[in-house]
Design a protein around this ligand. Structure first.
Ligand code: HEM
Length: 418
């Protein structure tokens, strides 16, 4: 490459990262079957991501917990040797995530500054105030469902999707007339699409829309997060720069979107397949929060999340990760690790985990966890109360997975409303 990439040739020749091993591209039929293979292969396993891009997958619960707080595994892109050396195609499907100028890709003081600013604006009070709004959106969507023609209804499309979308749009102060069309833009962002131009043009449109939202809230401040972020100042009295403000709002929008859709979809699907547990929730013997926590463990909304990079050689789970290598967190795999959870493959809301990793761990722990939990609890309780005879329209096993390595859910969830 015309310069020393910093990795000795003999180390590369040792080929600890062999991209011909296990491919994580979102095209697998069954993520849990693949994860079983990954865990069996070891706590830290070489894999290939679409691109092709090589990385280490952290597959087991204890190794993942250690990786998420490891001081030498950084989320800053500059540490990734394959990226610096041009071995990652610039139109790589996951480029948007690893290049975002937001807290997701920052560490240390810079990470704390950005996170503290949004924390000031996005308080528990904000989330609490959203409760009646979430319940309102849920009720309106359920009313619309009740008017649906007889026959199967896709619960993901008509309920699990629009609920978090409406909530996050309201939270960031997006004009209401835009809400319904947004999925045409967001839908392809997380997909592995073979058409990079198409993905880039959608990303471009989304960026323009967010610039408009920020302009709008500057002119007409409201009771929304964007207005709060425009006004908020850090300890030294500094505001966010234009670019930071833009990427912050965009990050919150994208991070708060599909993940929560998956959580609601996966929980509803699990409960429909476990009528005994559902009955206990409906009767109040079990709190809805237990179903939410158990779904997070058993069927994590995030499957594989890129990336962390080894700042120097790192020993993890007995495996040596070379400086400059990339690491992928396998959240769905960790949730079913039999070394950590007894009877890990069984869905047991009566015994929910105290400590799953599905919202992450440490400094980067999910900023939206309280919001996501609140949304999912309200969504499930409202849904199963409104439709006492709700039933799956077909076998749960036959449902098609989302074609993305990031997200873990099904494309559609057909139900009979009863
Ligand atoms: C971070 C999962 C909902 C905003 C994370 C991380 C995970 C996660 C695993 C850690 C990533 C890492 O360490 O590399 C989820 C799941 C959700 C959800 C499973 C829903 C079920 C939300 C919502 C929002 C949000 C609703 C915002 C409104 C964020 C942000 C970060 C983050 C901003 C980055 C935090 C940081 O880097 O300091 N999320 N999330 N998430 N999440 Fe969530």
């Amino acid at each position: 490459h015309g310069r020393d990439p910093g990795i000795a040739p003999d180390r590369l020749a040792a080929a600890r990262l062999r991209p011909d091993r296990i491919v994580i591209d979102g095209r697998m039929r069954d993520v849990h079957e693949q994860n079983e293979r990954l865990r069996r292969a070891g706590p830290v396993v070489p894999v290939e991501l679409p691109g092709p891009v090589r990385a280490w997958a952290v597959t087991r619960n204890d190794a993942l917990q250690a990786a998420l707080v490891h001081p030498d595994l950084s989320k800053e892109l500059r540490h990734w040797a394959d990226w610096a050396d041009g071995r990652v195609p610039r139109d790589w499907p996951l480029s948007n995530i690893v290049t975002a100028q937001s807290m997701i890709t920052k560490e240390g003081a810079e990470h704390r500054r950005l996170r503290a600013l949004v924390n000031k604006a996005f308080t528990a009070r904000h989330v609490d105030r959203l409760r009646p709004r979430i319940a309102h959106h849920a009720a309106a969507l359920l009313d619309a469902l009740a008017g649906h023609a007889p026959g199967p209804v896709d619960l993901r499309l008509h309920y699990a999707y629009p609920l978090p979308r409406n909530v996050i749009c309201e939270l960031v102060g997006m004009p209401e007339t835009w809400h319904a069309d947004l999925h045409k833009l967001t839908d392809s962002l997380i997909r592995v699409t073979d058409d990079a131009d198409y993905a880039a043009s959608r990303m471009g449109t989304l960026r323009e829309l967010f610039a408009e939202v920020i302009d709008l809230r500057r002119r007409e401040p409201g009771d929304d997060l964007t207005s709060a972020l425009i006004a908020v100042r850090d300890e030294e009295g500094r505001r966010l720069t234009e670019r930071e403000l833009h990427d912050m709002v965009m990050t919150l929008f994208i991070a708060g979107h599909e993940t929560t859709i998956n959580l609601i979809t996966n929980a509803a699907r699990a409960l429909l397949a476990h009528p005994g547990e559902l009955a206990r929730l409906r009767s109040g013997t079990l709190p809805w929060s237990a179903a939410v926590e158990e779904t997070l463990r058993w069927d994590s909304p995030v499957a594989y999340f890129p990336m962390r990079y080894a700042v120097r050689d790192v020993d993890l789970g007995g495996v040596r990760i070379g400086a400059g290598d990339a690491v992928v967190a396998c959240y769905a795999a960790a949730g079913r690790d039999g070394r950590r959870y007894a009877d890990a493959d069984r869905f047991r809301p009566s015994d929910p985990p105290a400590d799953h990793l599905s919202f992450g761990h440490g400094e980067h722990f999910c900023l939206g966890a309280a919001l996501a939990r609140t949304e999912a609890e309200i969504a499930l309780e409202s849904l199963f109360t409104a439709f006492p005879d709700l039933a799956p329209a077909g076998p749960s096993e036959g449902l098609e997975p989302l074609a993305t390595p990031l997200s873990n859910s099904v494309r559609t969830l057909p139900v009979m409303l009863g």
